[in-house]
Design a protein around this ligand. Structure first.
Ligand SMILES: [Zn+2]
Length: 283
């Protein structure tokens, strides 16, 4: 999709399932299952949607998905279906892994950074050989000292090899990655979770990552049970969605299984309404 001077592409890396109760936190099941039906194990269907932003100054890939380093047992638990060959992540748009200049990781949970490295000859190496990888320093530090509840979402093998390869850039707070593409710390999901904002020729957009993972999470109190700071998530959503509606930002959802991008409007009752784009990926 053309976006000002940028080209945007969504790359669907995988589909998977997670427990519906965990995905919707304190929201009662009779409410969430109307918008996100559960299977017989109470799981809801999700995807990992990566966003490639092609700018005149370089290509930024937002997120890397689950990757391919999963056992059969784990694949079954999440009903994980990989949708691409990780040696050729951008095949569907005619680019190669070495065409990526920067990779931005919203936070270090395995469904975001699992695809950052691939195994070659028994060694874990960066999936995108020319790219610098950007993550928050606070998130990096936290991942190594996470307590028993938080620890299950981190696998150091997903990201420690980036440091060893010398391609890791730890950012401390909000920062510009390339002209028109910047990261902003939101907190909420994890204390240093970040979103990606992009802007070109007067158009604005945002990749919400796990602060608003699907269109079913637009209502500010519909916050994931996984969030470390759910009240902060709720506040951030109210404030940011009001701006997004006002200024007609393009919105991209990381885990939406249906069309993952579109716009949000505020209706007369003061509720946020989702308007998905017509084409699923718009490549
Ligand atoms: Zn996630």
């Amino acid at each position: 999709m053309q976006f000002g001077q940028f080209q945007l592409h969504i790359i669907r890396e995988c589909t998977f399932k997670l427990d519906g109760g965990a995905m919707f936190g304190v929201v009662p099941k009779p409410l969430w299952e109307k918008v996100s039906p559960a299977d017989d194990l109470n799981r809801v269907s999700l995807a990992c949607n990566l966003l490639l932003i092609e700018t005149p100054a370089g290509r930024v890939l937002v997120e890397t998905g689950m990757g391919n380093r999963w056992s059969e047992k784990e694949r079954e638990r999440y009903e994980l279906r990989s949708l691409l060959d990780h040696e050729r992540v951008l095949d569907s748009i005619g680019l190669s892994n070495s065409d990526v200049d920067a990779v931005v990781i919203s936070h270090l949970h395995f469904d975001h950074v699992g695809g950052a490295v691939i195994e070659q000859n028994g060694k874990l190496i960066p999936t995108f050989p020319r790219a610098k990888y950007y993550a928050q320093k606070g998130e990096w530090d936290f991942s190594f000292k996470a307590n028993a509840r938080a620890r299950a979402s981190y696998r150091a093998d997903d990201y420690r090899p980036l440091e060893e390869a010398g391609v890791l850039c730890l950012v401390d707070g909000d920062a510009e990655i390339l002209p028109g593409v910047s990261v902003k710390v939101t907190g909420g999901h994890t204390s240093h979770h970040q979103v990606v904002c992009f802007e070109s020729a007067g158009e604005k957009g945002i990749y919400f990552a796990d602060i608003i993972p699907t269109a079913s999470h637009l209502t500010p109190p519909w916050v994931m049970g996984y969030d470390h700071y759910p009240l902060a998530s709720c506040d951030y959503k109210s404030e940011c969605l009001a701006r997004a509606a006002n200024e007609n930002w393009l919105i991209v959802f990381d885990h939406e299984i249906a069309t993952p991008w579109g716009h949000v409007k505020m209706n007369q009752a003061g509720k946020f309404e989702w308007q998905a784009l017509n084409s699923e990926f718009g490549n």
